[in-house]
Design a protein around this ligand. Structure first.
Ligand SMILES: [Zn+2]
Ligand SMILES: [Zn+2]
Length: 235
């Protein structure tokens, strides 16, 4: 089935069966994207790296990127897509162009990946934006897709992390700068919520892992029993 809709970024409101990625093809019931976009999306393939969720095509337990890192504080990582091509385009549209209709398909596809991992957290925590960025953008993209994961699994999303300092955009920084930029960037005002809990920390893109590391350390410091991470894409 192929049909056109002219509603631009609001297509999903007016044409609910239109593919939210290409806004051109129809999608079948129960599918998040049209068959063409599904096959153009660079989903991460097994074997997975347990540290970052990317593909581990080497001979070691973790991928070649994670081999260079000091160990991460989480027990396991899951990621949905490689950060290139259509995956990169969808995330950029969700994050910078207000195309919030993409939160649903990306959240539901990530939700399937979470089911495959077998992990059932007590609650889900999205990486927060600083309030200034939240004010400018009007929404937190990680919180939007986290809420679709929550609904699928009947697990609450809890915004327990606060960004305590404004940080320069990680995407514009080099590897070492990212680490320094984000250090101690998060706090947990209500620490007792986290005590002994299994938490799934979610963010849109995992590049060096510096943001997730800082956020996970804040949760563990607040007494979390276990933190695992999920990202939409591995950069
Ligand atoms: Zn499509
Ligand atoms: Zn890795």
């Amino acid at each position: 089935m192929k049909f056109k809709c002219v509603a631009g970024r609001f297509t999903s409101l007016f044409c609910p069966s239109l593919c939210p990625a290409c806004r051109n093809n129809g999608r079948a019931d129960g599918e998040e994207l049209c068959p063409e976009c599904m096959s153009n999306t660079p989903f991460i393939q097994a074997p997975f790296c347990p540290s970052c969720g990317g593909t581990n095509d080497g001979i070691f337990k973790v991928c070649r990127h994670c081999l260079r890192e000091e160990s991460f504080p989480w027990t396991a990582a899951t990621s949905l897509m490689e950060f290139r091509g259509l995956a990169r385009e969808m995330i950029h549209r969700l994050k910078y162009s207000g195309d919030t209709a993409l939160a649903r398909p990306l959240g539901l596809l990530a939700s399937r990946r979470l089911s495959e991992s077998g992990f059932r957290p007590d609650f889900i925590v999205p990486v927060p934006l600083h309030w200034i960025n939240g004010l400018i953008r009007g929404y937190n993209q990680s919180r939007l897709f986290a809420e679709f994961i929550s609904a699928q699994h009947s697990i609450q999303t809890r915004n327990v992390l606060k960004r305590r300092k404004w940080t320069r955009r990680q995407a514009k920084l080099g590897r070492d700068e990212r680490k320094k930029n984000i250090i101690n960037a998060f706090s947990v005002p209500d620490r007792k919520i986290c005590r002994n809990r299994a938490i799934l920390l979610v963010d849109d893109v995992f590049t060096t892992g510096a943001t997730m590391r800082s956020a996970a350390e804040a949760l563990l410091d607040a007494g979390a029993g276990e933190v695992r991470i999920l990202s939409l894409a591995r950069g």
